[in-house]
Design a protein around this ligand. Structure first.
Ligand SMILES: C[S@@+](CC[C@H](N)C(=O)[O-])C[C@H]1O[C@@H](n2cnc3c(N)ncnc32)[C@H](O)[C@@H]1O
Length: 215
């Protein structure tokens, strides 16, 4: 199965589960898998695991491609904690904490932030030299905070050309586009700079298409 198909398939699976109103978009799942593959990500921290759509997708990818990924996440909501046990096929492979400050001496290649409502300054302690940060959706405040924490970072708003799928929670046929995220390279390598530039160009073109199609 291709990574894109895995993202689409697992997104659809999670859309049918309780609590699916707050899950990451299909595009976010696809983007995260792309980043993991491109930059050989082995260690991931997710702030706010929710009902597990991202973590389950990544663990399935890790199994499919026989790639070892250590997945650490935080979650403190009772409903989500129960849902995670049911929804994540390889639940035992997740190192789960209620709070960020309970994680000791660990640094990550990729940090995923999706709906986390605490201060972000603490994430510095969990970053390696070239850590990548992905913020799901259009969270301008959090994006600005992370960019201030890492003044040498490179940032791109990645966007999709997807429309709402009929199987999403509370589906209504709308004309606007859904799915995006904020990709931040805290201290980009040469390869990251190239990728960043390419993504900037793709976003530029997609924005033009969005405007053209909405006119
Ligand atoms: C939008 S949901 C995440 C959805 C998840 N990515 C998914 O696709 O299933 C955000 C989650 O972050 C959790 N959260 C928010 N602030 C948190 C904090 N300070 N510590 C731990 N978990 C937190 C919430 O309980 C919620 O479940």
């Amino acid at each position: 199965m291709r990574n894109r198909d895995l993202a689409v398939h697992n997104y659809k699976r999670f859309c049918a589960l309780d609590g699916s109103d707050y899950i990451a978009s299909e595009f976010a799942l696809e983007t995260i898998l792309k980043i993991i593959k491109k930059f050989n990500v082995n260690t991931i921290l997710e702030l706010g695991l929710g009902i597990g759509s991202i973590s389950d997708t990544v663990l399935k990818y890790s199994k499919k491609d026989n790639k070892k990924i250590s997945y650490v996440g935080t979650e403190k909501n009772e409903f989500c904690l129960n849902a995670l046990k049911k929804n994540i096929i390889d639940y035992d492979d997740i190192e789960l904490y209620a709070e960020l400050n309970q994680i000791k001496n660990n640094k990550f290649d990729l940090i995923i932030i999706d709906g986390y409502d605490d201060t972000l300054i603490e994430i510095v302690a969990f970053c390696k030299k070239n850590t990548i940060i992905f913020i799901e959706g259009d969270r301008k405040g959090q994006t600005e905070t992370v960019r201030e924490i890492f003044p040498k970072s490179k940032y791109v708003n990645v966007i999709s050309l997807n429309k709402n799928k009929p199987y999403v929670h509370g589906y209504s046929p709308t004309s606007h586009y859904v799915g995006g995220g904020q990709l931040i390279f805290t201290k980009p390598t040469f390869k990251m700079n190239i990728f960043w530039f390419l993504q900037k160009s793709i976003t530029y073109v997609k924005n033009k298409i969005r405007i053209f199609k909405s006119a």
